[in-house]
Design a protein around this ligand. Sequence first.
Ligand code: ADP
Ligand code: MG
Length: 170
Amino acid sequence: MANGLTYARTTTSPEATKQLASTLAPYLHPGDAIVLNGDLGAGKTQFVQGVAAALGVRSPVTSPTFNILLEYGDGRLPVYHYDLYRLDERWQLEDIDYFSAIDGYGNGVAFIEWAEKFPEDMPYDYLEITITADTQGTRRVVAHSYGKRSRELLCVWANDSKSRLGKCQL
Ligand code: ADP
Ligand code: MG
């Protein structure tokens, strides 16, 4: 996409993926949407666990595969963790308040797994995190911005030296 930014890093353990994720937390605003891509077992839930812990969420963060939506309200911002894998129809998205979570005006941060199942219903502006397994224990984490807000978010995240993503010029 034109004007999108891309940053990438390799992590060598689940802890390193969570550490990388935790460095995103301070920059998140209400209404932000993060789309997570990657095969089963890539590390998407680990990533959400890292962000949630850094936001101050104390309850255990688990995979929403069977619940479709899991919410955590005890951190600095509400966390809405969606997994659309088991949904088949667009109207089902209404039932889980998907649109108010991804329209940019929500009160919390939305993390969405399997968003690509509903290409017409992608967030207007979102940060895409794609995780791919390299060798055992190693993951390639690629972040790409789709839209103005997520570009800004990715840039400030990259500029945090603890993220080790590399310098970004706004
Ligand atoms: P997903 O949500 O993408 O299906 P999970 O986050 O539930 O995947 O699981 C990822 C699995 O991969 C965990 O068992 C974790 O211990 C393992 N793993 C191994 N190396 C890494 C790494 N570098 N980053 C994240 N997870 C890793
Ligand atoms: Mg998962």
